[in-house]
Design a binder for this molecule. Structure first.
Ligand SMILES: [Zn+2]
Length: 129
């Protein structure tokens, strides 16, 4: 049994962190020979570095990141391209991705305080990937 449901990755802040991790994961997967746990750990270190640089709290744990990769392997999650910013974000596999708008372009009111940091992290991730 996997310890978490896919729903956690869809909530606003976790989704941005999960998408950031996936940007590194996908980049390393197509540009290095890294695979399996090694690939996850290396991607996670890049995520942590980015979080530290942005002065943000770590929202995604290594266990969650590993779980998310398992969800992708099981085709329970997919990447969706935001029609506003063109960034790629984690989405449910069964959700339609046409017309998808990400959490940064469609910001909930309560998100205010972390907005700038999250935007910086996400745009950095998009630039990297
Ligand atoms: Zn967007």
């Amino acid at each position: 049994m996997l310890p978490f449901s896919t729903d956690w990755f869809m909530t606003w802040q976790p989704n941005i962190h999960a998408s950031l991790f996936m940007a590194y994961f996908r980049f390393l997967k197509s540009n290095t020979q890294l695979r399996g746990l090694e690939l996850i750990i290396k991607s996670y270190r890049m995520y942590l570095d980015q979080i530290k640089r942005g002065g943000m709290d770590t929202v995604l744990s290594l266990t969650r990141a590993w779980t998310m990769v398992r969800f992708f392997d099981a085709s329970m999650l997919q990447m969706a391209t935001c029609r506003e910013c063109g960034g790629e974000f984690v989405a449910h596999a069964y959700d339609p991705t046409r017309g998808y708008v990400c959490g940064l372009c469609h910001m909930p009111a309560r998100a205010g305080k972390t907005r700038r940091a999250a935007e910086a992290a996400a745009s950095a991730a998009i630039a990297t990937a």
